[in-house]
Design a protein around this ligand. Structure first.
Ligand SMILES: [Zn+2]
Length: 320
């Protein structure tokens, strides 16, 4: 439902942009022809909200970022708007996740000389290799493990330094500070996860986006759908999942912000288990500037760190 709604909104927006091309005083967010304000800053286009946040942290005020995908967007099925294509073409640097996450965009992005895959510093042995379908690709949801995600920092720092040497020291300093923050985040998450008794550390959610979380924080994951929300399971897998939830006596299962909730609700009904009222951020952060406070700590749901904290807090509170 939500995805369909988003598509409609996105269609409406792109029509708006299309209709207002060349018109004066339009109120849409893309004010210049190439998607960027015409400033002297380095122009960056970034695909997912996690990649945008990464570049924002390291680039700071020295870069201008065009975000291709917004919050609540499923990157597996995203199709670009004309404004995205303009911004990708005219950016000084383009950053993307890769590993087949941006399914429809990746080929075109890889043709650009300005493109940098933020996951390029990860070793194959560090990536989760899925068993079933999509086995030609590693699991792209690498941000689930903050330590693994910290390997994206050098890719961004190096590209920014090479393009904008005069601000090089600033990029390096911000990168180093952020690496430390992600290490702290990882330790914090491990500590919180230990509040859940081992036999209850099981996460059931909409699609297979949490395998890196599971590996980093020591719990088991089961998903209704495969690596992409559109990669639907058959009735047999659904039946097995219902049986699994009953057998393991789970207290709660979790919906995702960018996936249809219907599947998870139907399974919860069949298995007699509660659905969390907190949607997990699987493939996109929340809205930038939207704050959440848990246990006296406030974080921005539109940031990568806020996304991880929200998910870990929701999972721990729901399962412990
Ligand atoms: Zn996904």
């Amino acid at each position: 439902m939500k995805r369909d709604l988003f598509k409609l909104v996105a269609m409406g927006l792109s029509l708006l942009v299309f209709n207002s091309c060349g018109g004066k005083g339009s109120q849409n967010v893309w004010e210049s022809a190439d998607g960027f304000e015409s400033g002297a800053k380095l122009k960056i286009a970034a695909t997912t909200t996690m990649v945008q946040d990464l570049v924002k942290v390291i680039g700071g005020d020295d870069v201008e970022i065009y975000g291709v995908m917004g919050e609540g967007v499923d990157p597996h099925s995203y199709s670009s708007r004309s404004s995205d294509r303009q911004a990708l073409k005219s950016a000084d640097l383009v950053f993307y996740n890769g590993l087949h996450l941006e399914e429809t965009l990746q080929k075109n992005i890889e043709l650009l000389k300005t493109a940098h895959r933020v996951t390029s510093g990860m070793e194959k042995s560090e990536l989760v290799q899925p068993e079933e379908k999509y086995s030609a690709y590693a699991d792209p949801h690498v941000w689930g493990d903050p330590l693994l995600w910290s390997k994206t920092i050098d890719v961004v720092v190096d590209a920014l330094v090479a393009k904008d040497a005069k601000n090089g020291e600033k990029y390096k300093e911000r990168g180093d500070a952020y690496r430390k923050e992600l290490m702290d985040l990882s330790e914090w998450a491990k500590g919180r996860m230990r509040e859940v008794p081992a036999e209850r550390r099981i996460l059931v959610t909409s699609h297979d986006a949490f395998m890196y979380y599971a590996r980093a924080f020591d719990f088991e994951v089961k998903a209704i759908d495969g690596l992409a929300p559109g990669d639907k399971s058959g009735p047999k897998k659904v039946e097995e999942l219902v049986a699994f939830i009953r057998e393991r006596q789970l207290k709660m299962i979790f919906p995702e912000s960018a996936a249809n909730k219907k599947g998870i609700e139907a399974i919860a009904k069949d298995a007699g288990v509660a659905v969390s009222d907190k949607e997990l951020y699987a493939d996109a952060t929340g809205k930038v500037g939207e704050l959440e406070t848990v246990n006296g700590e406030t974080y921005d749901l539109g940031s990568y760190i806020g996304m991880i904290k929200h998910n870990v807090n929701a999972i721990v509170e729901g399962l412990k």
